[in-house]
Design a protein. Structure first.
Lengths: 273, 231
């Protein structure tokens, strides 16, 4: 028989980072990391491979993987039920920091047989409508107070939500950064617009946490707060974390939109000699 | 044939195709919208399937895995008599929570709602359901004070467990508690506010957060299911 995990109310950073393996996350993560390392080593054999897969991409990917392991394989994961701020911080790392690092780590020039199964599946998953709908569903269904009392929400949050944040955000960041051009439609303006739309659900939920005058705790995050924060402070801190985490994606969306506007007005045309 | 190739693996005849690099043709918007709806339906369906796999009964509270043992403990009850909690003893179903009598809101509300839950159960099942409050403030919560408290807010067992045994009991249930100094007033206790439901065979079945307890009907449905499935 198993017993519940004990709680430490004043964990230090070192306490939070004590390894706590979660095999459901660990095994797929190691498999993906292993495959990446193998392909990266193979790419080093040719000059073209080295050019298309520079070391900085591998470094970003490795950083993403390290953060992924820290957020899913440490004591921090087991303590999220005791602090909404920690819970939100962990989810934001999984949604807004790890995915862009992993997507930026993908080498340029990967060709996928356009008639193959992988291209068809990726073509659907990386359709901006699909990515946006899945991302919005994850953010809204599991984070809006109206849904908290649903049995399916309370009974899946702890186990599924970290993976759902990671996977749905990978889709969103893949649409924004377009790592697989031959299965993803082009268009800077549509990517910028998509980024703006994708940022809205999270910013809206962050505003609810930030400005609600009362404690709106989810049933799966206990009112007990680590580090002696009051529940309302904890909730507001969660709102700040969510809002700050969403800013890079929002900023990138604006940059892409402005870039599109510049292209549209011919502002990037070379100066005539 | 694998679908994925890096350029280094391509033969000289497979030079980059500008048409492919510019991306595939866009789908009509209504096809994309239909795919998006399908993806959301699949996502929510999978979440529902996962929840039913975890617990076939749609508990309102958060269900434990089926094999989570509840821990027993010893202390002093509100009548000053020695008390031993043996999970599942006499096939009783127990709502257990950790609180303290100086608690201004959560603990009295929890007691009051659990009393409503007991009152809403069919008469034949009421005797098999008990509420146990373990004090996280044994220094102030004497048996006399616990007696007045549990009788004022309903009918429950109020148990005083001295330290260090209390910290062991709390650890067994994954409960945290901490003394908090309050300026100009007596100290308070920051503590886990969950109520744990232990079935008649001594297993932890689910927990409710205190924010869930006001929906008494749904809490009653959870208790009735556990009563029926742990004879």
């Amino acid at each position: 028989m198993t017993t519940p995990t004990p709680i430490n109310l004043d964990p230090t950073l070192a306490d939070l980072l004590i390894p706590a393996p979660d095999l459901l996350f660990l095994i797929p993560t190691l498999l993906v990391a292993g495959y990446y390392v193998w392909r990266f080593i193979v790419s080093r054999r040719s000059a073209e491979g080295r050019a298309r897969w520079p070391v900085w991409r591998a470094v970003l990917f490795a950083l993403g993987m390290v953060l992924l392991l820290m957020t899913t394989q440490s004591r921090a994961a087991t303590l999220t039920g005791s602090s909404m701020a920690l819970y939100m911080g962990r989810l934001m790392l999984l949604a807004e920091i790890v995915p862009p690092l992993l997507v930026l780590g993908i080498p340029r020039g990967i060709r996928i047989n356009p008639r193959g199964a992988a291209a068809r599946v990726l073509g659907v998953l990386l359709d901006p409508w699909v990515a946006l709908a899945v991302w919005a569903a994850v953010i809204i269904f599991w984070n809006v107070p109206a849904g908290f009392n649903a049995s399916v929400v309370t009974n899946t949050a702890a186990a599924l939500l970290p993976a759902l944040y990671l996977l749905s955000s990978l889709l969103v960041w893949s649409v924004i950064l377009r790592p697989l051009p031959n299965v993803q439609p082009a268009g800077m303006g549509s990517r910028g617009g998509f980024g703006l739309l994708a940022a809205l659900p999270m910013m809206s939920v962050a505003s609810v946490w930030l400005y609600a005058p009362n404690v709106l705790y989810t049933p799966y995050v206990n009112a007990l707060c680590l580090w002696n924060l009051s529940p309302l402070q904890n909730q507001q801190l969660s709102g700040w974390i969510m809002m700050l985490a969403g800013i890079p994606a929002l900023a990138l969306a604006f940059i892409q939109l402005f870039q599109w506007l510049v292209q549209l007005t011919g502002g990037d045309e070379p100066t005539p000699s | 044939m694998t679908d994925l190739h890096t350029p280094a693996e391509l033969s000289q005849t497979e030079l980059p195709n500008p048409e492919i690099d510019s991306g595939p043709a866009r789908r009509p918007w209504y096809v994309s919208a239909l795919l998006a709806l399908t993806a959301v339906a699949l996502l929510l369906g999978a979440a529902w399937g996962f929840a039913r796999l975890k617990s076939p009964y749609p508990f309102y509270g958060t269900a434990y895995n089926g094999n989570t043992a509840a821990a027993g403990f010893k202390g002093t009850d509100q009548d000053g008599k020695p008390y031993a909690f043996v999970p599942g003893q006499d096939h009783k179903v127990t709502a257990l929570f950790f609180g303290f009598t100086h608690c201004p809101n959560i603990c009295p509300l929890t007691l009051a709602y659990l009393d409503k839950v007991k009152a809403a159960l069919p008469e034949g099942e009421r005797d098999r359901f008990q509420t146990v409050l373990v004090s996280v403030d044994p220094a102030r919560d004497t048996p006399e004070r616990l007696k007045a408290y549990v009788e004022y807010f309903g009918k429950a067992e109020g148990i005083q467990v001295p330290e260090p045994a209390l910290s062991e009991v709390a650890r067994d249930y994954g409960v945290g508690y901490q003394r908090v100094e309050v300026k100009g007033a007596d100290y308070q206790m920051n503590h886990t506010t969950a109520t744990y439901l232990i079935d008649g065979s001594g297993k932890l079945r689910l927990l409710w957060d205190y924010t869930q307890l006001p929906q008494v009907d749904r809490v009653v449905a959870d208790v009735q299911h556990v009563l029926e499935t742990s004879q």
